[in-house]
Design a protein around this ligand. Structure first.
Ligand code: 3H9
Length: 676
């Protein structure tokens, strides 16, 4: 794990713990031992620490959190590095994150390559830099920069770090080690970060908290980060360290950090397909076809264009095509105007886009994604036609959000090349892609689907073929109960507020208005059987009509709708329902516990590989609050038996179609967790 090389009078210590040089016990022991021998050896005048492989270090070993500290504990190790009587220099290439950067800040000097990434991302795991980071970074980079880096968790480049004073010298990667050795040799004495004086303007913390109030609302870690940096400006160094350690310990044991760490590992686990060999040969995807130039087709295309992959977009009508391409350009221009991309990048992305009404233009595509409206017959016709056009070995994907991928595949003579690639709206923004594995989908097609999704910056999750796959299937009981709650006495505002208070970006009715209340509507205004029918019959199709479950002004600001209240009252009267007071607790049970129940069914029926995949779907596809880990993780935190007993208590309100998941029942009798 640790290699050492003596360069005359400078000892090089190499951290080598693939894949990210996480600072687990073995590495800490190794560094400690190497440092002691350097100090004891008269031949050694200075030390250089660097990382093997592609980075300096990804930080503390997250898998060790929640277990008792094993010596040498990282903060103590870093204190010993700082206390060294011989100069210690960090040579940073690739990333120095979390404990990795904290090691570097314990060193007396830092060299880095220009493109290095230095950051303290602990806050994203619901903790704070607990190995001196909150005390040393403000001393090296200033309070403002430190607050920004620690509270956002966003890394900065080597160049920026040099400008801030966090890095002493920049070097090209090829000569980094050589320059670090020379630097160490020339350094006359240690320069300890702890001795750097630190002052702050009086109101800096107050101002920062106010400016970031919205971003950090409800989150424990950012508040603790601010408190720890403030301590650095108010207390002697060692007291500041003690304060940091106390805050760290409280956070690491808290539910939010457990949930955030869960999501970190869940996302990585989701990338793994349990029954496929790791070395499954992938298909080459050099050119992509998209069928349908609507909102979804355009959004999907943008992902590939942004990743430098040429796209041919096909639509039946020239008008639709031009409109679709226009929207893609407009979206890119909007990014450019916000400074997220340059005009040159806009042009090079657009240059990769070919639009045509000629279906045969899909012949040279390695992957074709169908993104037309949800109609099985239409999709089958398209796939049959595609079968005659696409080259052998091309992957044929549907972006369907509910329909049976096996039936779609049956329209082709090559069902093994067919799969679902279900993007979430807006497809150029939302991270999730459900990679739907059909009964015949070939292993290499599935593995390639996962890989290409990652290549375009998405988080892919494998889903089996069931109605609505993972995410939308779980929406169904939520939406049915939300509608029923309205009839029984709740308002859209109340139901939505319970969800937004929970941390969701929007509630079921806000979501319906955004997506379109008319989705799935039979389009016969004379046939009014449900609330949705009644709204649609009156043209209340959602935000696009400035009227849905809410009324909207021209800027799409919602207000409660008296018309909807009237429609609901009318329905109640006809159905003989006497409205009652609905508690927020009942809304939680009926719209959130029912989702946990549906997730458990998806799991036991084998449509998700693992409970944590369901969590990833909800975090990345629907904005489930990360610090609540996802519905399966949250279900375990609430307690499976609490969920089951609440659902049983409300059984007569959950609709005739409701059944309790056998898995949940079994977990209650046998004990155990969903394992989200
Ligand atoms: C910290 O430092 C606390 C201290 O302040 C105080 C302590 C007292 N630990 O992401 P990848 C695994 S907190 C354990 O696919 P990439 C990961 O699970 C830490 N394992 O690679 C995966 O395993 P598998 C602050 C880790 O190249 C494999 O390594 N640091 C850790 O796409 C490859 O990971 C952070 O928050 C870890 N620290 O991205 C940084 N990191 O193969 C966390 C990774 O079994 N790490 N693994 O699925 C990252 O953000 C990315 O891994 C990184 C590389 C950007 C470094």
């Amino acid at each position: 794990m640790i290699e050492t090389h003596l360069h005359d009078d400078v000892l090089e210590i190499v951290m080598n713990n693939p894949p990210v040089n996480a600072l687990g016990l073995g590495l800490r022991e190794g560094i400690d031992k190497a440092l002691r021998s350097a100090l004891a050896d008269d031949k050694v005048k200075a030390v250089v620490i660097r990382g093997a492989g592609k980075l300096f270090s990804g930080g503390a070993d997250i898998t060790e959190f929640g277990r008792p500290h094993a010596a040498p504990h990282l903060p103590n190790l870093i204190n010993s590095i700082e206390a060294s009587a011989k100069p210690v220099v960090a040579a940073i290439h690739g990333m120095a994150l979390g404990g990795g950067l904290e090691i570097a800040m314990g060193c007396h000097y830092r060299l880095a390559v220009h493109a290095a990434k230095l950051g303290l991302p602990e806050v994203t795991l619901g903790i704070l830099p607990g190995a001196g980071g909150t005390q040393r970074l403000p001393r090296l980079a200033g309070v403002d920069a430190a607050l920004n880096m620690i509270v956002s968790g966003t890394p900065i480049s080597g160049e920026k770090a040099a400008a801030l004073g966090l890095v002493d010298q920049l070097a090209p990667e090829a000569t980094l080690l050589e320059q670090a050795i020379a630097f160490a040799r020339a350094a006359k004495a240690p320069r300890r970060t702890r001795d750097v004086p630190l002052t702050a303007e009086d109101d800096v913390f107050e101002r920062f908290s106010v400016e970031n109030a919205r971003k950090i609302a409800g989150l424990d870690a950012p508040r603790a980060c601010i408190e720890a940096v403030k301590a650095a400006t108010e207390m002697p160094f060692d007291d500041g360290l003690a304060k940091e350690a106390a805050l760290f310990d409280a956070l690491v044991d808290g539910d939010q950090s457990k949930a955030l760490r869960h999501v970190f590992f869940a996302e990585r686990a989701a990338a793994k397909i349990s029954d496929l060999p790791k070395d499954t040969q992938l298909r080459a995807i050099k050119k992509v076809g998209v069928i349908g130039a609507g909102t979804m087709g355009g959004g999907i295309s943008m992902n590939f264009l942004s990743a430098g992959i040429p796209v041919t977009i096909v639509d039946m009508g020239q008008d639709a095509l031009e409109r679709g391409v226009g929207v893609v350009r407009k979206n890119y221009e909007a990014s450019a105007s916000k400074g997220r991309m340059t005009q040159a990048q806009v042009e090079s992305a657009m240059a990769l886009l070919t639009s045509t009404v000629d279906f045969n233009a899909l012949a040279d595509c390695d992957l074709v994604i169908e993104a037309v409206y949800e109609n099985m017959e239409v999709k089958k016709q398209i796939f049959a036609r595609l079968d005659g056009v696409a080259k052998p070995g091309a992957m044929l994907a549907s972006n369907t959000s509910f329909l049976n991928v096996d039936e779609i595949a049956s329209a082709t003579g090559r069902p093994s090349d067919v799969l679902g690639l279900h993007f979430f709206s807006p497809a150029n923004v939302m991270k999730l892609v459900e990679v739907v594995r059909g009964a015949s989908t070939a292993p290499d097609a599935l593995a390639t689907g996962m890989e290409i999704a990652r290549r375009i910056g998405k988080v892919p999750v494998v889903a089996g073929v069931c109605y609505g796959f993972i995410g939308n299937r779980m929406l169904l009981p939520r939406q049915a109960n939300a509608e029923a709650l309205l009839l029984e006495g709740a308002t859209p505002e109340q139901v939505d507020r319970v969800h937004t208070n929970f941390g969701m970006p929007m509630g079921p009715f806000q979501m319906a208005d955004l997506a379109g209340v008319d989705i799935g509507w039979h389009r016969d205004p004379a046939r009014v059987e449900t609330l949705q029918d009644a709204l649609c019959a009156q043209g209340r199709w959602g935000q696009k009509k400035q009227a849905g479950y809410y009324d909207y002004d021209a800027k799409r600001k919602p207000t409660p709708s008296p018309i909807v209240a009237g429609i609901v009252a009318d329905f109640r009267r006809k159905a003989g329902i006497v409205p009652r007071l609905i508690s927020d607790e009942e809304i939680v049970v009926r719209t959130l516990y029912t989702m946990v129940n549906e997730g458990a069914k998806i799991l036991e029926e084998g449509f998700a590989q693992r409970a944590s995949d369901i969590d990833v779907v909800w975090v990345y596809g629907y904005g489930w609050p990360r610090h609540k880990g996802g519905p399966m993780f949250w279900g375990d935190q609430v307690g499976v038996s609490n969920i089951v007993s609440a659902l049983e208590r409300n059984a007569d309100r959950l609709g005739t179609g409701f059944t309790l998941s056998p898995l949940l029942k079994r977990l209650v009798t046998e004990g155990g967790k969903l394992g989200g």
